[in-house]
Design a protein around this ligand. Structure first.
Ligand code: PGA
Length: 254
């Protein structure tokens, strides 16, 4: 049975932007995607710009979110931002377990699982990132690495928690490097992820959106999104360039 999954394109601005640039970028994206009705679009902005993003997107079909969230509800956690705070600013999504958080800020799978659960408990949809490094791919342990990252969530949150979530397969060697996984390489891992979820619950697997991330651009989006298990993209660098991002949104809408 073919599941009908609508596609999602989410921008991950990372630590980029400013009041003036955001205004221009968001206005351009609103206009450039206005006629696209089949796919869903979102931007994940830095915390300080969530209010601005909410103001500019609230009456549009484009959703927004954050790039990280605390695993805690409230308390003496200087510098942290809770899931409830993100809800206050109208966020629908939050990225959990991005490889930059895992590598640069020491987030392990246990912490990522707590963040995933904290996000869902507040009503947010976590975008859970998984993916292998170049060393791991060359050692032929891609599936093992991705399985471990995925299993940590399933064990902690339960298989049904994946219903209110989005997955993103992001090979670390493809992030910000210009080296995109080939559609075939990406599809193989996406199918592996979906099969692993299906072993727990086929229906959850059939409905699960699995995005690809890693140097997606206008010129390669269409062939990636044509793969049967690729349900859209998580877009870093190209999400900062209005024309590029809009073209990627258009590719997802086709
Ligand atoms: P990139 O980043 O598109 O710049 O490779 C993707 C990501 O890190 O989510």
């Amino acid at each position: 049975m073919m599941a009908m999954r609508s596609k999602l394109v989410a921008g991950n601005w990372k630590m980029h932007g400013g009041m003036v640039q955001n205004q221009a970028l968001l206005s351009a994206i609103v206009m450039g995607t206005a006629a696209l009705r089949k796919a869903d679009f979102a931007v994940c902005a830095p915390y300080p710009y969530l209010s601005q993003t909410q103001t500019l997107l609230r009456d549009t079909p484009i959703r927004w979110g954050a790039q990280n969230v605390s695993q805690y509800d409230k308390g003496a956690y200087t510098g942290e931002v809770s899931a409830a705070m993100l809800v206050d600013f109208g966020c629908r999504y939050v990225i959990a377990g991005h490889s930059e958080r895992r590598a640069l800020y020491g987030e392990d799978s246990h912490t990522v699982a707590l963040k995933f659960k904290a996000a869902q408990a507040a009503g947010l949809i976590p975008i859970l990132c998984v993916g292998e490094t170049l060393d791991q791919r060359e050692a032929a342990i891609t599936e093992q690495v991705v399985a471990e990252q995925l299993d940590a969530i399933i064990e902690s949150a339960g298989i049904n928690a994946l219903v209110q979530s989005v997955l993103a397969y992001e090979p670390v060697w493809a992030i910000g490097t210009g080296k995109t996984a080939t559609p075939g390489q990406a599809q193989d891992v996406h199918a592996f992820i979906r099969d692993r979820v299906a072993a727990h619950n086929p229906e959850v697997a059939a409905g699960l959106k699995i995005l690809y991330g890693g140097s997606v651009k206008a010129s390669n989006a269409e062939e990636l999104f044509a793969m049967p298990d690729i349900d859209g993209g998580l877009i870093g660098g190209a999400s900062l360039v209005a024309d590029e991002f809009i073209a990627i949104c258009r590719a997802a809408n086709n």
